[in-house]
Write a protein that binds this ligand. Structure first.
Ligand code: MIC
Ligand code: SF4
Length: 640
């Protein structure tokens, strides 16, 4: 039987298990990345494991999320990460050097290698033919220490492109089309390979836009072949020797094949507040726009920025519209300066922001009350922008410019000729923004800088055999990690201060939750479908752990969040019959007996205060069972 691209990479990195889909596999990890919002905790966890140096081929710590420094907190986190990176053998990408996924693609991504990152958009690396997967910080810490990364062998999906994209239809529209067809749950448990004639023309940055938003489909990762376009990109980055061709076999087997005819595509836009609420831009033309934001790890490449500059050249942003542009990396920014493109943006009225995540994670640039913001980003969850009642739409850079120029949601095809931008033969390579770690023989002398903002990671305790608990929260479908543990400028600086963060847990959903859960100390959360989608932040598990949450019972979970709950020692359980969701009520007492046997057998029975019995699925691998019994991955790793 032939193999898919992902299966070939997995086969080369398998340390345990087989290619049988649905079984647990362990992978050798070549590269890791962290960013600053998840990185502080990840390096604290790495320290707690007691390994002196990373064992990967390459590990990079990026500073890109918490770049607003309104007090000492973020700067303290950066100093901690910089010193930990220096000591443990990790490269440190300085603030201002760029967004982790953009910089990693430019400078470090290698076809055929494995990468895990403590950020859900790590699959961006699939654009260059890597097997790149988002994970919780603790999983990344384990991989840095040389441990394998465990996942369920995913199903294999293929999206086949035929035809040619019409003018003003872009890679972003393709990512949105995939979301329209498959929804935010459509990729769960699968790796999506993009193929067909239609991919031949797509450059690496365009492919990376598409693999980036595979995260919104819930996919384990997405991947493109490594071909002439990949080779050209690597050569232009001065890394031609890192190229290897990679494609799937003719007779590779897919669980699902989706076909998209590019000729029929139109510019698309995702409406508030979910990335899969996708419609044609032309259907929304009367909506007034207050703000436009261009950038993020989805659309901040030089390719995107040059198109934006060409469309803005000689024009003026509509009165009343605030346009921000954040180039993805210092390489992109300096090339925009060199080519004069930056001036075209500035002259048109754009507000140029730092090369960082910025508005995407609510780090500044929150819209006005009830405002409409059109963004080239990947997520438009309610409240994520920092303004609770803002309406955020997601679109391509071309559509974003059209909206900025007219002040209304506007189909970019009305702008006239589509800009044609060529990829440069060589990028401006300057790696001074990445600091190298200390040599191994000097590492012992490096002092770790621990300012007052650097806290500790909470650790769970061994699982008892009987649990009496109480439903402390009941929520519906599609709860995101932004609901569970919000981000934004006010809270992000406290990612290593779990007691402080806990005050905001589920704040926008139920302001009384944190106090109630903390007082109960044996809480159960009840959720609907796709619970925990979105970010990889393990804080969405660590904070509930701190608040005494012992189990989460849902109709279904997102992959990374479920793994984070297990790592934290919280039981993720699913309802054997989803209709039983209606039987569980807030405040109700619950009993789970014979837990150890139930976990071993994969099924548990819950007894409610009313005396009803509810069957639960406790479907864990042998390793996950041991982790849960030990009270989480840290105690498990320590004990083993
Ligand atoms: C996000 O886009 O939500 C983030 C911020 O990049 C997160 C990571 C985090 O919460 O720190 C992600 O996608 O994993
Ligand atoms: Fe940063 Fe936004 Fe990308 Fe997350 S999605 S890594 S916040 S740019």
């Amino acid at each position: 039987m032939g193999l898919t691209i992902a299966e070939k990479i997995i086969k080369n990195h398998l340390v345990q298990g087989s290619l049988e889909r649905g079984s647990e596999i362990a992978l050798r990890i070549d590269q890791t990345l962290t960013q600053d919002a998840t990185g502080t905790m990840a390096y604290l966890e790495f320290e707690a494991m007691g390994t002196p140096r990373v064992k990967t081929e390459l590990s990079v710590a990026y500073i890109d999320h918490n770049t607003l420094q309104c007090g000492f907190e973020n700067a303290d986190d950066h100093a901690y990460i910089r010193s930990a990176a220096k000591k443990f053998g990790v490269r440190y990408s300085t603030p201002g050097n760029g967004i982790c996924h953009q910089v990693h693609l430019e400078r470090f991504g290698v076809p055929g290698k494995t990468l895990i990152g403590s950020d859900s958009h790590t699959p961006t690396g699939g654009g260059i033919g890597m097997l790149a997967i988002g994970a919780g910080g603790l999983d990344v810490a384990v991989a840095m220490g040389g441990g394998a990364y465990y996942i369920t062998m995913p199903k294999m999906y293929k999206i086949e492109l035929a035809g040619k994209m019409p003018p003003f239809v872009t890679a972003k529209d393709l990512a949105l089309e995939a979301l329209r067809l498959l929804t935010v749950k459509g990729g769960v448990g699968a790796i999506i390979e993009w193929g067909g004639e239609g991919i031949k023309d797509l450059t690496v940055p365009e492919r990376a836009t598409i693999t980036n938003m595979g995260a919104e489909l819930g996919a384990t990762t997405s991947i493109f072949p490594s071909d002439e376009k990949t080779e050209a990109f690597l050569k232009a980055q001065g890394r031609g020797e890192e190229y290897t061709p990679l494609c799937s076999d003719e007779d590779a087997v897919y669980d699902k094949i989706v076909k998209i005819n590019l000729d029929e595509m139109k510019p698309l836009i995702a409406c508030p507040h979910m990335p899969d609420r996708v419609v044609a831009v032309e259907s929304l033309c009367d909506v007034t726009v207050n703000q436009v934001c261009i950038g993020s790890c989805t659309n901040s490449s030089l390719y995107d920025m040059l198109k934006v500059a060409a469309l803005l050249k000689g024009k003026t942003v509509a009165p009343g519209v605030s346009l921000s542009i954040s180039p993805g990396s210092r390489q992109v920014l300096s090339m925009l300066i060199e080519t004069g493109a930056l001036n075209d943006m500035v002259a048109a009225g754009a507000r140029i922001l730092e090369c960082a995540c910025g508005p995407c994670i609510g780090m500044g640039f929150s819209p006005n009350s009830g405002g409409v913001s059109v963004r080239t980003f990947n997520r438009n969850f309610e409240g994520r922008s920092g303004t609770a009642d803002a309406k955020v739409y997601l679109a391509s850079p071309e559509t974003a410019v059209a909206c900025a120029l007219t002040g209304k949601i506007t189909d970019p095809t009305t702008l006239g000729e589509a800009p044609i931008v060529a990829m440069p033969e060589s990028f401006r390579v300057d790696d001074r923004g990445v600091l190298l770690p200390a040599a191994p023989e000097e590492a012992a002398e490096v002092e770790i800088e621990r300012g007052p903002n650097i806290g500790k990671c909470p650790v769970g305790s061994a699982l008892e055999n009987e649990m009496t608990a109480q439903v402390v929260l009941k929520v519906g479908d599609d709860i995101t990690t932004d609901h569970i543990m919000p981000a934004g400028a006010k809270i992000l600086p406290y990612r290593s201060n779990i007691p402080f963060l806990s005050k905001f847990c589920f704040g926008a959903v139920d302001p009384g939750f944190a106090e109630r859960a903390k007082a109960t100390q044996n809480g159960v959360i009840v959720g609907g479908q796709n619970y925990g989608q979105g970010s990889s932040r393990e804080h969405a598990a660590l904070v509930p752990l701190y608040l005494g949450v012992r189990a989460v019972i849902t109709k279904s979970f997102s992959r990374i969040h479920r793994a984070n709950l297990i790592n934290a020692g919280i039981l993720p359980l699913t309802l054997a019959d989803p209709a039983d969701y209606d039987k569980l009520t807030l405040g109700e007492g619950l009993t789970l007996s014979d837990l150890h046997k139930g976990i071993d057998e994969g099924k548990l029975t819950l007894i409610t205060e009313k005396g009803e019995e509810i069957a639960l699925v406790a479907d864990y691998s042998e390793r996950q069972k041991k982790i849960l019994l030990a009270g989480g991955l840290l105690p498990y790793t320590r004990d083993n």
